[in-house]
Write a protein that binds this ligand. Structure first.
Ligand code: ADP
Ligand SMILES: O=c1ccn([C@@H]2O[C@H](COP(=O)(O)O)[C@@H](O)[C@H]2O)c(=O)[nH]1
Length: 257
Protein backbone atom coordinates (compact mmCIF):
# COMPACT_ATOMS: atom_id res chain seq x y z
CA UNK A 1 0.00 0.00 0.00
CA UNK A 2 1.54 3.31 -1.06
CA UNK A 3 0.60 6.11 1.21
CA UNK A 4 1.11 9.83 0.99
CA UNK A 5 1.91 10.99 4.51
CA UNK A 6 0.17 13.95 6.04
CA UNK A 7 2.41 17.00 5.99
CA UNK A 8 1.88 20.13 7.98
CA UNK A 9 4.09 22.73 6.41
CA UNK A 10 4.91 26.20 7.57
CA UNK A 11 4.20 28.58 4.72
CA UNK A 12 6.84 31.29 5.12
CA UNK A 13 5.21 33.75 2.76
CA UNK A 14 1.97 33.84 4.81
CA UNK A 15 3.43 32.85 8.15
CA UNK A 16 0.78 30.20 8.49
CA UNK A 17 0.46 26.43 8.46
CA UNK A 18 -0.95 24.44 5.58
CA UNK A 19 -1.72 20.75 5.53
CA UNK A 20 -1.09 19.04 2.26
CA UNK A 21 -1.08 15.65 0.54
CA UNK A 22 -3.69 13.68 2.48
CA UNK A 23 -6.08 16.57 1.88
CA UNK A 24 -5.57 16.36 -1.86
CA UNK A 25 -8.19 13.70 -2.57
CA UNK A 26 -11.62 15.25 -2.96
CA UNK A 27 -14.20 12.70 -1.80
CA UNK A 28 -17.74 13.05 -3.16
CA UNK A 29 -20.57 10.93 -1.77
CA UNK A 30 -23.46 10.16 -4.12
CA UNK A 31 -26.57 8.73 -2.45
CA UNK A 32 -30.05 7.92 -3.80
CA UNK A 33 -32.47 5.07 -4.37
CA UNK A 34 -31.69 2.00 -6.42
CA UNK A 35 -32.05 2.89 -10.12
CA UNK A 36 -31.96 6.65 -9.47
CA UNK A 37 -28.90 6.94 -11.71
CA UNK A 38 -26.11 7.30 -9.13
CA UNK A 39 -23.65 5.31 -11.27
CA UNK A 40 -24.68 7.17 -14.43
CA UNK A 41 -24.19 10.56 -12.73
CA UNK A 42 -20.72 9.52 -11.50
CA UNK A 43 -19.76 8.32 -14.99
CA UNK A 44 -20.92 11.62 -16.48
CA UNK A 45 -18.72 13.56 -14.05
CA UNK A 46 -15.72 11.31 -14.78
CA UNK A 47 -16.27 11.84 -18.52
CA UNK A 48 -15.90 15.61 -18.06
CA UNK A 49 -12.78 15.38 -15.84
CA UNK A 50 -10.56 14.45 -18.73
CA UNK A 51 -7.16 15.47 -17.39
CA UNK A 52 -7.67 14.56 -13.74
CA UNK A 53 -7.30 11.28 -11.91
CA UNK A 54 -10.85 10.33 -10.93
CA UNK A 55 -12.16 6.99 -9.65
CA UNK A 56 -15.62 5.67 -8.86
CA UNK A 57 -16.09 3.37 -5.90
CA UNK A 58 -19.39 1.57 -5.53
CA UNK A 59 -20.95 0.55 -2.25
CA UNK A 60 -22.34 -2.50 -4.08
CA UNK A 61 -18.85 -4.06 -4.07
CA UNK A 62 -19.07 -4.25 -0.27
CA UNK A 63 -22.16 -6.48 -0.02
CA UNK A 64 -21.49 -9.34 2.38
CA UNK A 65 -21.25 -12.62 0.51
CA UNK A 66 -24.25 -14.89 1.20
CA UNK A 67 -23.87 -18.20 3.02
CA UNK A 68 -25.28 -21.42 1.51
CA UNK A 69 -28.23 -21.14 3.92
CA UNK A 70 -28.89 -17.49 2.93
CA UNK A 71 -28.91 -18.51 -0.73
CA UNK A 72 -31.45 -21.27 -0.07
CA UNK A 73 -33.75 -18.67 1.49
CA UNK A 74 -32.92 -15.84 -0.89
CA UNK A 75 -36.51 -14.60 -1.09
CA UNK A 76 -36.36 -13.49 2.56
CA UNK A 77 -32.87 -11.91 2.42
CA UNK A 78 -32.95 -8.14 2.84
CA UNK A 79 -30.29 -6.40 0.72
CA UNK A 80 -31.84 -3.03 1.51
CA UNK A 81 -30.75 -2.97 5.13
CA UNK A 82 -27.40 -1.39 6.11
CA UNK A 83 -26.44 -4.67 7.83
CA UNK A 84 -26.21 -6.36 4.41
CA UNK A 85 -23.00 -4.39 3.78
CA UNK A 86 -19.49 -4.86 5.16
CA UNK A 87 -19.47 -1.38 6.66
CA UNK A 88 -16.17 -1.82 8.54
CA UNK A 89 -14.24 -2.71 5.39
CA UNK A 90 -15.98 0.08 3.49
CA UNK A 91 -15.03 2.73 6.06
CA UNK A 92 -11.40 1.60 6.19
CA UNK A 93 -11.21 1.56 2.39
CA UNK A 94 -12.53 5.09 2.07
CA UNK A 95 -10.25 6.33 4.87
CA UNK A 96 -7.26 4.89 3.00
CA UNK A 97 -8.31 6.42 -0.31
CA UNK A 98 -8.92 9.77 1.32
CA UNK A 99 -5.45 9.56 2.88
CA UNK A 100 -3.95 9.10 -0.57
CA UNK A 101 -3.34 5.35 -0.39
CA UNK A 102 -4.20 2.90 -3.11
CA UNK A 103 -6.47 0.07 -1.93
CA UNK A 104 -7.75 -3.36 -2.87
CA UNK A 105 -11.54 -3.48 -3.05
CA UNK A 106 -13.71 -6.57 -3.18
CA UNK A 107 -16.07 -7.07 -6.11
CA UNK A 108 -19.58 -8.53 -5.84
CA UNK A 109 -21.50 -10.75 -8.19
CA UNK A 110 -25.24 -9.99 -8.14
CA UNK A 111 -26.07 -13.29 -9.81
CA UNK A 112 -24.28 -15.60 -7.36
CA UNK A 113 -24.40 -13.15 -4.38
CA UNK A 114 -20.75 -13.80 -3.72
CA UNK A 115 -17.51 -11.87 -3.47
CA UNK A 116 -15.34 -12.12 -6.55
CA UNK A 117 -11.79 -11.04 -7.36
CA UNK A 118 -10.23 -8.06 -5.66
CA UNK A 119 -9.51 -4.95 -7.69
CA UNK A 120 -6.97 -2.25 -7.04
CA UNK A 121 -8.07 1.35 -6.86
CA UNK A 122 -5.58 4.18 -6.96
CA UNK A 123 -6.32 7.29 -4.97
CA UNK A 124 -6.19 10.47 -7.01
CA UNK A 125 -7.63 13.96 -7.36
CA UNK A 126 -11.26 12.91 -6.98
CA UNK A 127 -13.02 9.83 -5.63
CA UNK A 128 -16.75 9.42 -6.31
CA UNK A 129 -18.37 7.04 -3.85
CA UNK A 130 -21.91 5.95 -4.75
CA UNK A 131 -24.45 3.79 -2.96
CA UNK A 132 -27.96 3.59 -1.55
CA UNK A 133 -26.51 3.77 2.01
CA UNK A 134 -23.66 6.15 1.15
CA UNK A 135 -24.69 8.64 3.87
CA UNK A 136 -25.84 6.10 6.45
CA UNK A 137 -22.82 6.29 8.76
CA UNK A 138 -21.70 9.57 10.29
CA UNK A 139 -18.06 8.46 10.10
CA UNK A 140 -18.46 8.01 6.34
CA UNK A 141 -20.26 11.33 5.92
CA UNK A 142 -17.53 13.12 7.85
CA UNK A 143 -14.92 11.96 5.34
CA UNK A 144 -16.83 13.50 2.42
CA UNK A 145 -16.05 16.91 0.93
CA UNK A 146 -19.33 17.03 -0.96
CA UNK A 147 -22.58 15.10 -0.63
CA UNK A 148 -25.02 14.72 -3.53
CA UNK A 149 -28.45 13.11 -3.31
CA UNK A 150 -29.89 11.90 -6.61
CA UNK A 151 -33.66 12.27 -6.45
CA UNK A 152 -35.78 10.48 -9.04
CA UNK A 153 -39.46 9.39 -8.93
CA UNK A 154 -40.04 5.93 -7.51
CA UNK A 155 -41.94 4.71 -10.60
CA UNK A 156 -38.96 5.64 -12.82
CA UNK A 157 -36.60 3.87 -10.42
CA UNK A 158 -38.73 0.73 -10.42
CA UNK A 159 -39.05 0.68 -14.21
CA UNK A 160 -35.27 1.05 -14.61
CA UNK A 161 -34.63 -1.62 -12.03
CA UNK A 162 -36.88 -4.12 -13.82
CA UNK A 163 -35.00 -3.57 -17.08
CA UNK A 164 -31.52 -3.64 -15.49
CA UNK A 165 -32.04 -6.57 -13.10
CA UNK A 166 -33.61 -8.80 -15.76
CA UNK A 167 -30.85 -7.96 -18.26
CA UNK A 168 -27.80 -7.79 -16.00
CA UNK A 169 -28.54 -9.33 -12.62
CA UNK A 170 -30.17 -12.63 -13.61
CA UNK A 171 -33.68 -11.86 -12.26
CA UNK A 172 -37.21 -12.44 -13.50
CA UNK A 173 -39.73 -9.58 -13.75
CA UNK A 174 -41.83 -11.23 -11.02
CA UNK A 175 -38.88 -11.56 -8.61
CA UNK A 176 -37.83 -7.90 -9.15
CA UNK A 177 -41.37 -6.67 -8.41
CA UNK A 178 -41.74 -8.93 -5.38
CA UNK A 179 -38.36 -7.87 -3.94
CA UNK A 180 -39.19 -4.23 -4.63
CA UNK A 181 -42.36 -4.17 -2.53
CA UNK A 182 -41.03 -6.48 0.19
CA UNK A 183 -37.62 -4.84 0.76
CA UNK A 184 -36.52 -2.13 -1.69
CA UNK A 185 -39.36 0.34 -1.16
CA UNK A 186 -39.50 -0.04 2.68
CA UNK A 187 -35.69 0.19 2.78
CA UNK A 188 -35.81 3.37 0.72
CA UNK A 189 -38.40 4.93 3.06
CA UNK A 190 -36.53 3.91 6.24
CA UNK A 191 -32.87 4.34 5.31
CA UNK A 192 -32.36 6.20 2.03
CA UNK A 193 -34.95 9.02 1.85
CA UNK A 194 -34.02 10.33 5.37
CA UNK A 195 -30.44 10.85 4.09
CA UNK A 196 -31.63 13.75 1.92
CA UNK A 197 -31.14 16.07 4.87
CA UNK A 198 -27.37 15.47 4.85
CA UNK A 199 -26.94 16.39 1.19
CA UNK A 200 -25.22 19.58 0.03
CA UNK A 201 -26.89 19.23 -3.35
CA UNK A 202 -30.10 17.50 -4.43
CA UNK A 203 -29.79 16.46 -8.05
CA UNK A 204 -33.24 16.03 -9.55
CA UNK A 205 -33.71 13.70 -12.57
CA UNK A 206 -30.22 12.17 -12.22
CA UNK A 207 -28.00 12.03 -15.29
CA UNK A 208 -30.70 13.74 -17.38
CA UNK A 209 -30.11 16.95 -15.44
CA UNK A 210 -27.37 18.53 -17.58
CA UNK A 211 -27.50 21.93 -15.85
CA UNK A 212 -27.20 20.29 -12.41
CA UNK A 213 -24.27 18.15 -13.54
CA UNK A 214 -22.58 21.19 -15.14
CA UNK A 215 -22.83 23.07 -11.83
CA UNK A 216 -21.48 20.09 -9.89
CA UNK A 217 -18.61 19.70 -12.34
CA UNK A 218 -17.66 23.41 -12.08
CA UNK A 219 -17.58 23.23 -8.29
CA UNK A 220 -15.46 20.06 -8.25
CA UNK A 221 -13.08 21.52 -10.82
CA UNK A 222 -12.54 24.73 -8.86
CA UNK A 223 -11.94 22.74 -5.64
CA UNK A 224 -9.26 20.56 -7.18
CA UNK A 225 -7.67 23.47 -9.06
CA UNK A 226 -7.34 25.27 -5.70
CA UNK A 227 -5.73 22.19 -4.18
CA UNK A 228 -3.24 21.97 -7.04
CA UNK A 229 -2.36 25.63 -6.45
CA UNK A 230 -1.48 24.85 -2.84
CA UNK A 231 0.87 22.14 -4.08
CA UNK A 232 2.40 24.47 -6.63
CA UNK A 233 2.98 26.96 -3.88
CA UNK A 234 5.05 24.41 -1.97
CA UNK A 235 7.09 23.75 -5.04
CA UNK A 236 8.14 27.38 -5.35
CA UNK A 237 11.11 28.48 -3.27
CA UNK A 238 10.08 30.97 -0.58
CA UNK A 239 11.80 34.34 -0.71
CA UNK A 240 14.47 34.39 2.00
CA UNK A 241 13.72 38.04 2.77
CA UNK A 242 10.17 37.07 3.74
CA UNK A 243 11.22 34.47 6.27
CA UNK A 244 9.59 35.11 9.64
CA UNK A 245 11.74 35.32 12.69
CA UNK A 246 12.38 32.11 14.59
CA UNK A 247 10.22 33.54 17.41
CA UNK A 248 7.23 34.00 15.03
CA UNK A 249 7.73 30.48 13.77
CA UNK A 250 7.60 29.05 17.33
CA UNK A 251 4.62 31.21 18.23
CA UNK A 252 2.66 29.89 15.26
CA UNK A 253 3.71 26.35 16.06
CA UNK A 254 2.28 26.70 19.58
CA UNK A 255 -0.93 28.24 18.22
CA UNK A 256 -1.31 25.26 15.91
CA UNK A 257 -0.93 22.81 18.86
N1 ADP B 1 -31.12 9.47 -17.39
C1 ADP B 1 -31.35 8.20 -17.69
N2 ADP B 1 -32.16 7.90 -18.72
C2 ADP B 1 -32.41 6.61 -19.03
N3 ADP B 1 -31.90 5.55 -18.39
C3 ADP B 1 -31.09 5.80 -17.37
C4 ADP B 1 -30.77 7.13 -16.96
N4 ADP B 1 -29.94 7.07 -15.88
C5 ADP B 1 -29.75 5.76 -15.65
N5 ADP B 1 -30.42 5.00 -16.52
C6 ADP B 1 -30.46 3.52 -16.58
O1 ADP B 1 -31.10 3.05 -15.39
C7 ADP B 1 -30.40 1.94 -14.85
C8 ADP B 1 -29.94 2.28 -13.44
O2 ADP B 1 -29.02 3.34 -13.54
P1 ADP B 1 -27.76 3.42 -12.58
O3 ADP B 1 -26.99 4.62 -12.96
O4 ADP B 1 -27.07 2.10 -12.54
O5 ADP B 1 -28.51 3.67 -11.18
P2 ADP B 1 -28.06 3.39 -9.69
O6 ADP B 1 -26.56 3.35 -9.68
O7 ADP B 1 -28.62 4.54 -8.92
O8 ADP B 1 -28.69 2.09 -9.30
C9 ADP B 1 -29.25 1.63 -15.79
O9 ADP B 1 -29.64 0.59 -16.65
C10 ADP B 1 -29.06 2.93 -16.56
O10 ADP B 1 -28.58 2.71 -17.86
O1 LIG C 1 -27.25 -9.60 -4.25
C1 LIG C 1 -27.85 -8.50 -4.28
C2 LIG C 1 -27.32 -7.33 -3.75
C3 LIG C 1 -28.02 -6.15 -3.84
N1 LIG C 1 -29.22 -6.11 -4.47
C4 LIG C 1 -29.95 -4.84 -4.64
O2 LIG C 1 -29.07 -3.86 -5.15
C5 LIG C 1 -29.60 -2.56 -4.84
C6 LIG C 1 -28.49 -1.55 -4.70
O3 LIG C 1 -27.76 -1.45 -5.88
P1 LIG C 1 -28.01 -0.24 -6.93
O4 LIG C 1 -26.83 -0.41 -7.85
O5 LIG C 1 -27.93 1.04 -6.13
O6 LIG C 1 -29.31 -0.45 -7.57
C7 LIG C 1 -30.37 -2.73 -3.54
O7 LIG C 1 -31.62 -2.07 -3.65
C8 LIG C 1 -30.54 -4.25 -3.38
O8 LIG C 1 -31.88 -4.61 -3.29
C9 LIG C 1 -29.76 -7.26 -4.99
O9 LIG C 1 -30.88 -7.26 -5.55
N2 LIG C 1 -29.06 -8.43 -4.90
Amino acid sequence: MTSLPEQTIFDFSNESFLTTKNDRTYLIGVCGGSGSGKTSVCKEIVRRMSNKQVSIISQDWFYRPLTKKDKENIEVYNFDDPKALDNKLLLQTLKNLKAGSSVFCPDYDFVTHSRTKKKQLISGDVILFEGIMAFHSKELRDLMDMKVFVDVDSDVRLARRIVRDTNERGRTIESVIEQYFKFVKPGYDDFVAPMRKFADVILLRGSKNKVGIDLLFQRIKSEIDNRSNIDLKFNTKPNRLNYPSFETFLENLNKKK
